[in-house]
Design a protein around this ligand. Structure first.
Ligand code: SER
Length: 575
């Protein structure tokens, strides 16, 4: 059976049983509690909550959809037989229409009669299996589902009782939730039926919903693989041809790596088709990580073929009927741009990685920060990195954030201000202005040229003041351009990081320093951008700075004037 046949079969089955056909919502969720759409029910939250009426909007209390979904929680599992980041979810829903009996009968009929499959066993919710103290322990045993399955002829041992795995919690912090019954065929979970009876608040308090609802989800890829008797989702027709392309590009490449490439190529294509662009924040950052991992593998496994253009052409052929948007969008140029941005830094990072015989989580974080090397790739590639635990790596992340935020202990190096008489809000403001000063210097050099050199700088909680060498007054256009450039970098939300180097080595990196200042043997070089190699700004500096440029806010130049012969002075504010 092809994916298209299964999609049609599913839709027709529920349509002929009074369900309105609702198109997939965007992968980029408009629900503020999640970044990406992870389940079919998300677009229907308002109907479960009674905020809107399905009857008014769809002409029915029941709906059916095929939802584009993306789950980062499964990213580490990708490469096995059944996990994917992007997948299609078949689902039927009811908002105060039918409940457990109909939902279970529909699923049973669809699987056994339409697809001719045999149910191995099912699971149902039992609070006895929930650990003490857990908020879900107060939910009663799902006796109703139990007896419906018995009615359908399942013997008691095939109706397994489970705990929290059979309670669907809301994606994000709060939302509709309730007990579930999961259906297993050939040992694989193919369908999850959720009975939304409650609303979980962000403090995990349960309230009864006015009208109970049904939310079911069946991963198309898994169900189709099971239907076709495949042991691996990558054998179905929406994945196999893509995997075959990867194989052609690099015969003999490890199967797990091939699957990761196919999965990430497919996932990023769908995200880009939805209008998402790689960036350093939120959903854009998820996309960036996928693309970076692909590029890292290209370098690591010496893949010279243009994997992005080959894959996008193949993906468009696979999905043109079901998702015509994939044809119209600019998938390939976006991927290519991202590759150009990270390729050289990643290559250098790999060389650097090869030098380590032993490695700590802090080293791994340094390589990640400096060259953008993905953590998983380092682990796979370097015996020295193999045993570094993800938690330790993440702890380094946190530490770094703290370092960037200190503020309290450190002097505002070079700016003549100490923190003693400042409150937290002022310190915060000064840090933002401080990072803005670095960007201002970089922007001036960008627009006016390298003759711009720092002459002095002073920051108060109200404004920054920056003196620099330049032999004439700046035009309004030049000032505007600098301002636009600085705000552009702010919007890109780049990380702000530093490395510590011996002074002579630091000077060789091309980082800017202040000639008048005397520096110690070891200096901190603050850099802003995707990596040290590709930094937008590099300066000797004691810090502290904000963690990301996005924290600065909008930058505005308020004044430009002379500060002596060949010296100009700019005052700027953030708002
Ligand atoms: N929301 C449930 C799931 O994602 C059922 O659709 O599994």
């Amino acid at each position: 059976m092809s994916a298209q046949e299964l999609r049609e079969k599913f839709i027709d089955f529920f349509k002929s049983r009074g369900h309105a056909v609702v198109p997939s919502s965007s992968l980029i969720s408009d629900d503020p509690t999640v970044l990406l759409t992870t389940a079919g029910m998300q677009q229907f939250k308002k109907y479960y909550l009674g905020e809107r009426s399905a009857l008014d909007d769809f002409g029915s209390r029941n709906a059916v959809s095929i939802q584009k979904c993306f789950r980062t929680t499964d990213i580490e599992e990708v490469g096995d037989e059944r996990h994917l980041t992007f997948f299609e979810m078949l689902g039927n829903f009811s908002f105060g229409g039918y409940f457990k009996r109909e939902a279970i009968y529909y699923a049973y009929d669809f699987l056994t009669k339409e697809l001719g499959l045999k149910i191995d066993y099912v699971t149902i919710f039992d609070p006895e299996k929930v650990p003490g103290g857990d908020w879900r322990k107060e939910v009663p045993f799902d006796y109703e589902s139990f007896s419906i399955w018995q009615e359908l002829g399942l013997p008691e041992e095939k109706i397994r009782r489970e705990g929290i795995d059979n309670f669907w919690g809301p994606p994000g912090t709060e939302g509709p939730c309730g007990p579930t019954t999961e259906i297993f065929v050939k040992g694989i979970e193919v369908w999850n039926l959720v009975f939304n009876e409650y609303y979980a608040t962000s403090e995990k308090k349960l309230k009864k919903l006015g009208e109970p609802g049904v939310d079911t989800g069946s991963g198309l890829e898994r169900l189709l693989a099971v239907k076709n008797g495949f042991g691996d989702v990558f054998e179905i027709d929406t994945l196999a041809p893509l995997l075959a392309e990867v194989e052609k590009i690099k015969p003999g490449l490890d199967l797990r790596i091939k699957k990761i490439l196919a999965d990430h190529l497919r996932g990023s294509a769908f995200l880009i088709a939805e209008g998402l662009r790689p960036s350093n924040k939120e959903a854009g950052y998820i996309l960036r990580r996928l693309l970076r991992r692909i590029v890292a593998y290209q370098i690591r496994f010496d893949i010279h073929a243009d994997i992005f253009s080959i894959a996008t052409a193949r993906l468009q052929a696979i999905f043109q009927a079901a998702y015509p948007d994939l044809l119209a969008s600019e998938i390939f140029p976006v991927m290519e741009m991202e590759r150009d941005k990270f390729e050289s830094a990643l290559s250098k990072g790999f060389k650097e990685l090869g030098r380590y015989e032993e490695m700590t989580a802090a080293d791994a974080f340094y390589l990640y920060e400096t060259y953008g090397l993905p953590f998983e790739v380092m682990k796979e590639m370097s015996p020295a990195a193999k045993d570094i635990r993800k938690e330790d790596f993440e702890a380094e992340f946190e530490k770094h954030r703290e370092i960037s935020r200190v503020g309290a202990e450190e002097k505002f190096g070079g700016h003549g201000l100490t923190d003693e008489n400042q409150n937290g809000a002022e310190r915060e403001k000064i840090m933002r202005l401080h990072t803005a000063t670095h960007l201002l210097q970089a922007g001036l050099r960008k627009i006016l040229g390298p003759e711009v050199e720092q002459g002095g700088s002073d920051i108060t909680p109200e404004r920054l003041r920056f003196d620099f060498s330049f032999n004439r007054k700046l035009t309004d256009e030049e000032l505007k351009e600098v301002e636009i450039w600085v705000n552009g970098v702010i919007n890109e939300d780049w990380p702000v990081s530093f490395i510590v180097l011996p002074i002579e080595e630091a000077k060789k990196t091309g980082a800017l320093f202040f000639f008048k200042e005397k520096y110690p043997e070891m200096v901190k070089v603050y850099f802003i951008g995707p990596s040290f190699e590709e930094a937008i700004s590099k300066e000797f500096c004691g810090g502290p700075h904000v963690a990301r440029t996005g924290e600065i806010g909008r930058f505005r130049i308020i004044k430009e004037e002379s500060a002596g012969a060949g010296l100009r002075r700019i005052r700027g504010v953030i708002e």
